[in-house]
Design a protein. Structure first.
Length: 272
């Protein structure tokens, strides 16, 4: 009798093993936090934003605003063309607001790394990368093969602890340019005829060498933006300009009508 009960219990255990195994298989696997794009606010309408100067040589074009703050020098327009709908903002309140938003966005995209390549200059040429946050001491991009961003949705953030430099004729393909972010603690240089995707946010300066194209933005916090016969696109990523000038409030004091004077009494009559 005891032997029969033991056999039945053993069989019940064997039958339950597939269910136990299945329960283990369907358990969720923890994943890294997804990268998140910032809200650019007052900087959302800008294609180019510099701190000290914005300089240009040749027939550069861009759809969005061009600004400089707190410097005031914008040179090379024309022959460069801004907009439509963009306009030039040189040391005005609009550009100052955009720089504040630029600084805030630079801090916001300092997110935790999905993959940290370590203390190296990582050449991204030939890489195929899905959405995430990629970190290295510096990033480079050789002429070929291209960096391929997998998919058409999601957010890609590339965080350099120093510079980002591309070789001539290098390229980035794929992804969603509105949600690709390049964060450099120092400066960014796109080599001649580079074809680049995304929003460049540099702590210091941004330089686009001759013929480089950018589907996105070039925003520099403390230095200049240098342009040379570049085509900057990305009009679909631009957002309405929310920067503004000083607000003037006019207060109207109501005017109260004066009370009418008291009636004049007729002089008394004296009778003799």
């Amino acid at each position: 009798m005891n032997t029969t009960l033991g056999t039945r219990a053993f069989r019940s255990l064997l039958l339950s093993l597939p269910l136990l195994t299945a329960s283990v298989v369907v358990m969720p696997v923890p994943t890294a936090n997804a990268a998140t794009s910032p809200t650019l606010g007052a900087a959302g309408s800008y294609s180019v934003l510099g701190h000290t100067t914005v300089t240009n040589t040749g027939p550069t074009t861009m759809p969005g605003d061009l600004g400089v703050s707190s410097g005031s020098a914008v040179t090379g327009f024309p022959p460069g063309v801004v907009g439509p709908p963009g306009t030039i903002h040189a040391a005005d309140v609009n550009a100052a607001d955009a720089q504040l938003a630029n600084t805030a966005a630079f801090g916001f995209i300092d997110q935790g790394c999905t993959l940290d390549y370590g203390a190296v200059t990582k050449d991204l040429a030939g890489s195929s990368l899905g959405p995430g946050v990629y970190c290295a001491d510096a990033f480079a991009l050789a002429a070929s093969p291209p960096l391929t961003l997998l998919g058409t949705s999601g957010v890609w953030i590339f965080k350099s602890r120093a510079d980002i430099n591309t070789s001539s004729a290098s390229s980035v393909v794929g992804g969603d340019p509105c949600n690709v972010w390049w964060r450099a603690v120092s400066s960014v240089t796109l080599g001649t005829t580079t074809s680049f995707e995304g929003n460049i946010l540099a702590s210091t300066s941004v330089t686009l060498d001759t013929g480089a194209t950018l589907n996105g933005r070039a925003l520099a916090q403390t230095g200049q933006v240098g342009l040379d016969s570049n085509k900057i696109t990305g009009s679909t990523c631009l957002t309405p300009n929310t920067g503004g000038g000083p607000t003037t409030t006019t207060t109207t004091t109501p005017v109260t009508a004066a009370a009418p004077p008291p009636p004049v009494s007729a002089p008394p009559r004296f009778t003799g």
